[in-house]
Design a protein around this ligand. Structure first.
Ligand code: XMP
Length: 507
């Protein structure tokens, strides 16, 4: 295992993902947490930070103490902190370095093994190491900085520093450098694979659960499906899944998802609660009121179902690692914890012991595990879909008619994306029904009908997103397809707003 000490960099999670990609397990902890030197721990990585090491409030750890125990790699701020603590000089340099730089290798150290003599790296720092501390050796330079990579000499536990960000995509050989650190320097075994994860997790689940019963809400999404499949592997039909039709799912989604669950062998009950949701949503136009109503009803339906399953003690959840990482706030090193309520706050209300088999996985790892478990690819590669479903894509009041209208338009849009091989190129896509009627003409007839907006975005995590530059030909095709086939819609527009300042959903 590798530990990543987080100093609040926007790239910390990318370090973790690069480590995991090398099939090495790692965890992120805030820099001020005590490091537990258990025997499985093989090395430590110090992240970047928005702070300057010379800031009076700069976050600190005792690098010397750490590297007396284990190999350490300092990245950017981590490198500057190390240089400063060992007596080097770190200051704002005349040349701030942002973006691409060419790294020149100076020696053949194992950290840079198989890295080209000149390799593109990504820089993002305004402070620089101006003077290396005594006892350190330079491994690489760039045109503007003399110490792009350096190392402390003659130590049992190597101490390495890089001023660039090996974890980001634009550091072309960055992953290789990280792998060199993990494998050649820390001696990590590259055994963090989906197959291993499944074996270990199923064993751990058997231990945790024994012959008790687990109840779980399934949503048709990747996380809940993979989590349920793992639990099912451990305890069979002592897992009782519930999938609620809230009336605002996509076209045919309820039937299709239940079918897939059957194929996987999961014990899932489909609950048709459409009418209840429609009745309670009637007259509600405020987005937050709609969200709250759906969240509340979901819990009511789920609880009623849970009662029919006797003696249940545990609640399964598809929580993943980004939901639980404690993040270091950049506004002063105070700590905020992101709380996650996947399905309307079930954990708080049910008072059941939680079972969260994906708690330490990133999204791409969940997909890999799902693939290894034999879950069909079309389910694993599904776009995210919000809990409140089409309710937040029908602006204004929700009626069954509007739902049917939007389901049909959305279905044609998503099918079109799949047929044109565009579905996997966008992160999320959907249609939005606007509360706007406009005049059109069809044949000799005047129409006065609704407008649909199409949304498609590219993103990594949904926190920021760009509108997808879908080909005009495709947009033209879909517009015609929807207007000709969905009675009640006579106009289609495409949303070209990015997040920020817009959001992905319209409500
Ligand atoms: P926004 O609209 O905030 O969406 O840019 C970011 C991501 O979150 C999803 N989303 C939700 N998911 N309940 C959910 O489970 C919600 O209330 C909700 N609102 C937005 C959205 O689909 C996108 O993937």
């Amino acid at each position: 295992k590798i530990l990543i000490l987080d100093f609040g960099s926007q790239y910390t999670q990318l370090i973790a993902r690069a480590v995991r990609e090398a099939n090495v397990y790692c965890e992120i902890i805030p820099y001020h947490k005590k490091v537990d030197f258990d025997p499985s721990l093989k090395g430590i990585i110090l992240s970047g930070s928005p702070f300057s090491v010379n800031d009076p409030k700069a976050p600190e750890v005792d690098v010397k103490a750490l590297h007396q125990q284990l190999p350490v790699l300092g990245v950017c701020y981590g490198a500057q902190l190390t240089a400063k603590q060992f007596g080097g000089q770190v200051a704002k340099s005349n040349k701030r370095e942002y973006g691409r730089a060419l790294m020149h290798k100076q020696t053949d150290d194992v950290l840079l093994k198989d890295v080209m003599e000149q390799s593109q790296v990504w820089m993002s720092h305004s402070d620089s190491v101006l003077e290396m501390p005594a006892g350190f050796n330079v491994l690489a330079t760039t045109d503007s900085i003399p110490y792009a990579a350096f190392k402390k000499n003659g130590e049992a536990n190597p101490l390495y520093c890089v001023q660039f960000h090996p974890e980001v995509y634009h550091s072309v050989e960055g992953k290789k450098i990280i792998r060199n650190f993990l494998v050649n320097i820390c001696g990590c075994q590259q055994s963090w694979t989906p197959a291993h994860f499944i074996t270990d997790t199923v064993n751990a689940l058997k231990q945790q659960i024994g012959n008790r019963k687990v109840i779980m809400a399934l949503s048709g999404g990747v996380d809940s499906t993979v989590a349920a499949t793992l639990i099912h592997k451990a305890i069979g039909n002592n897992l009782y899944g519930i999938f609620v039709d809230n009336g605002v799912l996509r076209k045919n989604e309820f039937e299709q998802v239940l079918d897939t669950y059957k194929t996987i062998g999961l014990n899932v009950k489909g609950v048709n609660a459409k009418q209840l949701f429609y009745d309670e949503l009637k007259g509600k136009t405020d987005p937050e009121a709609k969200r709250k109503t759906i969240g509340r009803l979901f819990i009511e339906v789920f609880q009623a179902e849970a009662k029919t399953f006797e003696g249940v003690e545990l609640l399964g959840q598809g929580t993943i690692y980004p939901d639980v990482i404690e993040s270091v706030s950049v506004h002063g090193p105070s700590v905020t914890i992101k709380s996650h309520h996947n399905v309307g706050g079930l954990p708080d209300i049910m008072h059941l012991e939680l079972v969260e088999p994906l708690r330490y996985l990133f999204k791409d790892e969940v997909r890999r595990v799902g693939h290894e478990l034999g879950i069909p690819a079309d389910l694993l590669n599904r776009h995210p879909f919000p809990g409140p479903g089409l309710a937040i894509r029908i602006l204004g009041e929700i009626t069954p008619d509007k739902v049917a209208l939007l389901q049909e338009a959305d279905h044609r849009y998503v099918q079109g994306l799949k047929e044109h091989k565009l579905y996997d190129q966008v992160w999320q896509a959907g249609a939005i029904l606007l509360p706007v009627k406009s005049v059109g003409v069809m044949g000799d007839e005047r129409t006065y009908e609704f407008t649909v907006a199409l949304r498609a975005v590219t993103s990594v995590d949904g926190m920021t997103a760009d509108w997808a530059h879908l080909p005009y030909e495709f947009l033209a095709h879909i517009s015609t397809d929807i207007i000709n086939n969905v009675r009640g819609i006579n106009r289609v527009v495409y949303d070209i707003s990015s997040k920020p300042p817009a959001t992905i959903e319209w409500e």
